[in-house]
Each structure stands twice: as structure tokens, then as C-alpha cells.
Write a protein that binds this ligand. Structure first.
Ligand SMILES: NC(=O)C1=CN([C@@H]2O[C@H](COP(=O)(O)OP(=O)(O)OC[C@H]3O[C@@H](n4cnc5c(N)ncnc54)[C@H](O)[C@@H]3O)[C@@H](O)[C@H]2O)C=CC1
Ligand SMILES: O=C1[C@@H](O)[C@H](O)[C@@H](O)[C@H](O)[C@H]1O
Length: 337
């Protein structure tokens, strides 16, 4: 069976996933694409031999598609997800589930009422071989009690449309999710520190870099450097400090070069390059579950909701510089399986 995919949102990540469906993924074909930018929809549809839609609801309800793949912007995710649920079609949605936690609640309620998971969320780092190995190392007990985690989320640059808040609810979302994944526990507090020095490379409306401090239920303290105009590359770092040993992500390059200038290694320049394998694996996972008629697996709506709760607290801290507690409601049984 070939799963017929309707892909909504033909911007940066939407186009990256399109080439992935075309070149890497087996068992699926993008049969319809949608964007409110009609010229973009028409051009991409022609290139990929798909049908162009300009309205997400029309694509979702079209009999040309079996599953919905949402790569539009966060503020419109909720309406598109609920529409896909209503049409009875499985959904992949890029992060964030919704920009605020309140909006996510309706999605949780709809899925719980359906009695089964209908959505996989695009927290692709859970499919990254490095993070998966780090999780295994932590679970093995070799590190002993985990005390600290040092993270860095460095992007070479961001567009002018990137707001100060996005450092928290667009970029740090990935660390918030991966910390829960690595440690199997929730974050209970957040504090955002604005260092006095900021890079001249950032647009004036940004404070860059920022440091976010998280604490988990068991007291693990995590510092996350968010430096989104670091210039030199797309560099994601994570070092876990245990009482017996320390473990972290390695450099990602598979080769090095020795020259009269010394030893050098390539540094990724974008998330699409750094996490290519993770994106391939998350999308194949989505398609395979549909092909097999299995329940959705991978990051869930609940994971998206919990991340949004932490982001809400982070945004409050961004305003007042204080530590904000995060209260996470009891997880519905549906998401415990
Ligand atoms: N997992 C990851 O590492 C990444 C995830 N993302 C997420 O993917 C989403 C899209 O990000 P980008 O591609 O960077 O944004 P983008 O701005 O490049 O593209 C968004 C596209 O959605 C379209 N769009 C907006 N409203 C729409 C609507 N109502 N119906 C149909 N199309 C609509 C826009 O016209 C645009 O073409 C965001 O939620 C972002 O956070 C983005 C980059 C990496
Ligand atoms: O999700 C992503 C973007 O939306 C975000 O803007 C970047 O900071 C992240 O590194 C990227 O993975």
C-alpha cells in the first residue's frame, strides 16, 4: 500500500520533507500540497506532480490523501490538526504542537475522546542516533546519578522575523523535549537569564545569546545556551554529568582533514543537514505505522502540550527574569502506553 500524503506548508521545512518523501521514504507519495501562497503551491505541485490546494481544509477532506503532514506555521497548527482528526486521517505535525499550552488542550481532549493516538509530533531529535545512544548510556546506569546537563543550541543566523520569544518557544522547545526524553522525567521550573553582553550580529530586537536554566522533578539542573546568531554553524551540544562519569554528543562529522592549517572537521550549517538522519527516520516511522495499521508512535500531542507548558513559564521568565514553576497535570492513560 502506498500512503497518499497531503503536505501543508511549503516553506523551508515543508520543502525539505518533500524532497525526503521523493528521495528517501518508502511506502508513501505526496499526492497533494497546500499553501496560502498560491504561487508556491502551484510551483511545488508542478515540480512534484501533485495537486495544488490553497486551503488546508480542502486538502484535508480531499479523497486524494490518506494522511496529513503539517509544515505550516505554529499559530495555524491547532485548526489543521483538529480538521484532520475530524476527517479521520492520521497527522504528522511539525513542532510546536501549538504556540501556547491552552491551545494544545483541545487537541489532547479530541485524541483522548477518540481513544487512540492520531498524531506524531515533529520532535525529530528523538530519532537522532546520537541522542538515542546518550539515552541508552544514561539508562545503563554507567554514569550513576545524573546531576547536571549542559546544552547548547547554536544556529548560524536567524531571519529578521525571528522574535525574542522564539528563542524559547521555537528553538529551546527541542531541548525541553529531549531532556524529558533522556531523563524520563518532567521539568518543574524554568529561568531565562539575559547576559549583559549580546552579539552585534543579531537584529536589534533580539537578545542573543540567552541562557535558560531548567530543573527537573528529581533535581537535575540543565543549562541551555541559546545562541541563534553564532555565525560559524548549526551546532547542537549536549553533555550529561553523572556522579560516576560524563557522556555527551560527539562531533557529527564522519571525517576530518589534516592540512598545513591543522586538523579540521566540517560543521553542519542547518538543522536540515545536522538532523537529516533523524528527519528521515521520524518520517519513515510515521509512514510505517500507517501502512501497518498500527497506532501512532514517537513524540505525541501530550509531549507537545508539556513542552508548551514549559515554554509558557519560560516566556514569563523572559519578561521578569524570575524562576517560574511548571505544573504538569496527570498524563492521560492514552499517552502512557
Ligand atoms: N523540526 C525542526 O527542526 C523544524 C521545525 N520547523 C517547524 O516547521 C514549521 C514551519 O517552519 P518553516 O518551514 O521554517 O516556516 P516557513 O515560514 O518557511 O514556511 C511556512 C509555510 O507555511 C505556509 N502557511 C502559513 N499559513 C498557512 C495556512 N494557514 N495554510 C497553508 N499554508 C500556510 C506559509 O505560506 C509558508 O510557505 C514551524 O512550526 C517550525 O517551528 C521548522 C524548521 C525546523
Ligand atoms: O526547529 C527549528 C527552527 O524552527 C528553530 O528556529 C531553530 O532554532 C531550530 O534549531 C530548528 O531545529
Amino acid at each position: 500500500m502506498t500512503v497518499k500524503i497531503g503536505l501543508i506548508g511549503l516553506g523551508m521545512i515543508g520543502r525539505d520533507h518533500l524532497q525526503r518523501f521523493n528521495n528517501v521514504i518508502t511506502g508513501a507519495q505526496v499526492t497533494a500540497v497546500c499553501d496560502i501562497n498560491r504561487a508556491a503551491a502551484d510551483a511545488v505541485a508542478a515540480e512534484y506532480h501533485a495537486t495544488a490546494f490553497y486551503d488546508a481544509d480542502e486538502l484535508i477532506n480531499s479523497d486524494q490523501v490518506d494522511a496529513i503532514f503539517i509544515c505550516s506555521i505554529g499559530p495555524v497548527h491547532k485548526a489543521q490538526i483538529l480538521s484532520a482528526f475530524k476527517a479521520g486521517k492520521p497527522v504528522f505535525c511539525e513542532k510546536p504542537l501549538t504556540p501556547t499550552a491552552d491551545e494544545s488542550q483541545e487537541i489532547i481532549a479530541a485524541e483522548v475522546a477518540a481513544g487512540k493516538r492520531l498524531l506524531q509530533l515533529g520532535f525529530m531529535r528523538r530519532f537522532d542516533p546520537g541522542y538515542q545512544a546518550l539515552k541508552q548510556t544514561i539508562a545503563s546506569g554507567e554514569l550513576g546519578e545524573i546531576m547536571l546537563i549542559h546544552c547548547a543550541h547554536r544556529n548560524p543566523s536567524v531571519p529578521e522575523s525571528y522574535t525574542l520569544e522564539m528563542a524559547v518557544n521555537d528553538s529551546a522547545t527541542h531541548e525541553i523535549d529531549i531532556i524529558r526524553y533522556l531523563l524520563n522525567e518532567n521539568i518543574v521550573s524554568v529561568r531565562v537569564d539575559k547576559p549583559r553582553k549580546k552579539t552585534s550580529r543579531a537584529y536589534p530586537h533580539l537578545q542573543d545569546p540567552l541562557i535558560v536554566i531548567f530543573e527537573t522533578e528529581s533535581g537535575v539542573r540543565i543549562d541551555d545556551e541559546l545562541f541563534v546568531n553564532c555565525n560559524y554553524g548549526y551546532d547542537i551540544r549536549c553533555e550529561v554529568i553523572g556522579e560516576n562519569a560524563i557522556s555527551g554528543l560527539t562531533e557529527q562529522a564522519l571525517t576530518y582533514t589534516r592540512s598545513p592549517n591543522g586538523v579540521s572537521r566540517h560543521i553542519s550549517q542547518s538543522c536540515m543537514e545536522r538532523f537529516a538522519t533523524a528527519y528521515d527516520r521520524e518520517v519513515q516511522n510515521f509512514v510505517d505505522n500507517i501502512s501497518r495499521g498500527s497506532a501512532m508512535t514517537g513524540p505525541s500531542s501530550w509531549d507537545g502540550y508539556v513542552v508548551a507548558l514549559v515554554c509558557d513559564a519560560g516566556l514569563a521568565s523572559l519578561k521578569d527574569g524570575q524562576k517560574h514553576d511548571v505544573t504538569i497535570p496527570e498524563c492521560p492513560a492514552l499517552y502512557l502506553a
